[in-house]
Design a protein around this ligand. Structure first.
Ligand code: T3D
Length: 274
């Protein structure tokens, strides 16, 4: 049987490829379990300083696999709450908890939870031919896997509500214009651009990146005062770190910085002090 996920370990980064191309990489339990393991593997590997998530074939991910597993059976209706909590939402939690930058290369259609997986990543590139479909309502479901969290924050509530209710496809170029993703790339250039970007991030200030991600993770639930407190503490930690020392030295020496391998786990700052 073909592995539902492929992991390529490169110099300083991993690429995870969703690998069920005949189903547009729709997610079943085996694929989701393998994806969770691949994310854990990246998190546990100190040599992995960035991650690239993409899909095989003409789709990125068509969301939950629609098949017998999600139809009513002899034991009654499917338990989607269990499926969401144990699998799809674990993927989102782990993607967001990774201290390293996560790039998503959306190589084709991203639908339902597949769109959510992309939106949970730090930087999303999409092939010009790709599209995003908030497909849940088409089949009588509600946006999950963080879709109702990410969409209004990224594109505003008016667009988010319309996409969730109408489930119209959003072409990649429109997604870029709206700020749903970072950038559209010509189809033929997507893989190379995404790999170059991930490699660049892998050579970047990994410890500082972890702190930057903490700032953005806390921002939606903080008021300005709390966010300023947090930024000060994060900056304090960054200022004590080797990345900053190297960054300043390199600036003064007029040479590119060579950031050291990170010390994991990075310090975690939450809430407000006093
Ligand atoms: O508990 C929980 O949390 C449940 C989780 C729910 C989260 C969700 O993700 S709900 C949303 C589930 N996904 C969808 O509703 C999308 C279904 N797919 C589509 O609407 C379309 O396939 C696309 C818009 C994504 C792409 O359309 P198109 O015309 O480019 O391709 P296609 O011909 O429809 O699909 C190609 C093949 O992939 C086809 O198989 P075939 O006929 O060639 O053998 C199709 O059946 C298969 N496929 C696509 N999506 C799925 C799928 N097979 C199973 N499950 C899918 N989700």
């Amino acid at each position: 049987m073909t592995d539902p996920i492929r992991i390529d370990r490169r110099d300083g980064w991993h690429r995870i490829t969703l690998n069920r191309p005949d189903k547009l990489n729709a997610a079943n339990e085996a694929m989701l379990a393998a994806l969770l393991a691949a994310l854990d593997d990246a998190a546990a590997d100190p040599a992995c300083r960035a991650l690239l998530l993409t899909g095989e074939g003409r789709g990125f991910c068509a969301g939950q696999e629609l098949g017998p597993a999600v139809l009513p059976g002899p034991d009654g209706p499917p338990d989607l709450e269990r499926l969401a909590s144990s699998y799809h939402h674990e993927v989102i939690r782990r993607l967001r908890a990774l201290p390293i930058p996560v790039v998503c290369a959306v190589n084709g259609v991203a639908a339902g939870a597949g769109a959510s997986f992309a939106l949970a990543c730090d930087i999303v590139l999409a092939a010009r031919s790709a599209s995003f479909v908030i497909a849940f309502a088409r089949i009588g479901l509600v946006p999950d896997s963080g879709a109702s969290f990410f969409l209004p924050r990224l594109i505003g509530e008016a667009r988010a509500r319309a996409l969730a209710l109408l489930a119209d496809p959003v072409p990649a170029a429109q997604a870029e214009l709206w700020g749903l993703i970072w950038r559209v790339v010509d189809d033929a250039a997507l893989a190379a651009e995404a790999e170059a970007l991930t490699a660049k991030l892998a050579a970047g200030p990994t410890a500082a990146y972890a702190l930057i991600k903490q700032a953005f993770a806390a921002s939606p639930s903080n008021d300005l005062a709390a966010q300023l407190d947090l930024e000060a503490r994060l900056q304090g930690a960054a200022g004590r770190g080797a990345d900053f020392a190297e960054g300043v030295r390199a600036f003064l020496d007029k040479r590119p910085p060579v950031f050291p391998p990170p010390v994991f786990p990075p310090p975690v700052f939450t809430g407000r002090t006093g």
